[in-house]
Design a protein around this ligand. Structure first.
Ligand code: DHB
Length: 308
């Protein structure tokens, strides 16, 4: 069995989409619900709908991608309405709503909106979008992150996780984990795309916004993702679950995220490239690896990465 839990919610599988991929419209979310994915997380919603950055804003190269989408989304009311419908038609399933805003007081406004809505399920606060012009990734500002969490947890009482950017220094793992451990977070999701890469073809950049700079995803970010998952798994209180995101293209990659301590694994670039049928393939591949090792459940090996 691939069953797993995040907080008080149970899931029949341990794989789902990463926010931004296959989750912007009700039709896309419906396709995920019908697939072998455990559940879905919505595109990150903002208070008002956004068109996002100019096209082309996503480029694929091999099993990788670069994007500077700029948070195109239908607005929070659209996703709250969609979730109300999915919850009504699937009363035994839990879903994830992703949200953010571009300024601290606006983050408070959108969190209050969710708090006061009829949606009481899982919420993911995206602290790591690299693509809004002039707006730094909040997760790289430790003081601001702590202040946002202070304000949010003064009233917010539904299960909350944060989506973090990748960190590359042990002191940053330590500092961010110390902050996160102060709060009753349900989970931490590592990693968002590696921000502000540059992909060149012929003699030109490959995407239009920001002179070609964009967030990197796909196979090339797996090792950074695993390091972040492991770093937070070994530092956070045991009641904060880890969602592992980054570089998953095979069942073996899912297995490695789980070994590092992830309770759920998200798929972005590869889902965009293969479509929701990818979840059936990943499931088969993961089950084959578990059979080989004699594992019958995720808990048999979750977090149990060995040292040499
Ligand atoms: C967007 C892109 C990302 O890679 C991300 O992590 C979050 C948001 C975006 O531009 O919409």
């Amino acid at each position: 069995t691939l069953k797993t839990n995040i907080g008080n919610d149970s899931f029949d599988s341990c794989m789902m989409n990463a926010s931004g991929v296959w989750c912007s419209t009700v039709d896309e979310l419906e396709a995920l619900v019908k697939s072998k994915a455990a559940t879905f997380v919505t595109k990150t919603a903002t208070l008002a709908p956004r068109e996002g950055n100019p096209l082309p804003r996503v480029h694929h190269f091999g099993p990788n991608s670069i994007n500077s989408s700029g948070l195109p989304n239908e607005g929070i009311d659209y996703y709250l309405a969609a979730l109300a419908n999915f919850e009504a038609t699937h009363p035994n399933r839990a879903f994830f709503l992703s949200v953010t805003e571009l300024a601290e007081d606006q983050i408070e406004t959108i969190m209050q909106r969710v708090h006061q809505s009829d949606y009481h399920g899982l919420v993911e606060l995206n602290l790591s979008c690299p693509n809004v012009i002039g707006k730094p990734q909040v997760g790289y500002d430790f003081e601001t992150t702590a202040r946002i969490l202070d304000r949010t947890f003064s009233y917010f009482d539904q299960p909350l996780g944060v989506k973090l950017p990748p960190y590359f220094d042990v002191s940053h793992f330590d500092q961010m984990a110390e902050i996160l451990n102060r709060y009753p977070l349900t989970y931490v999701n590592s990693i968002n795309s590696i921000g502000n890469g540059l992909v060149i073809e012929q003699d030109a950049v490959t995407i239009a916004p920001k002179q070609g700079y964009g967030g990197l995803g796909g196979a090339m970010i797996k090792q950074t993702a695993l390091a972040n998952v492991r770093a937070f798994y070994t530092r956070l209180k045991s009641d904060i679950a880890i969602i592992g995101t980054g570089g998953v293209t095979s069942g073996r990659d899912v297995f490695e995220h789980l070994l590092c301590g992830a309770s759920m694994v998200q798929v972005g670039t590869a889902l965009l490239q293969e479509g929701p049928a990818i979840f059936a393939r990943l499931e088969e591949e993961l089950k084959a690896i578990m059979d080989e090792y004699g594992y019958t459940s995720i808990d048999d090996f979750k977090g149990k990465l060995k040292n040499t």
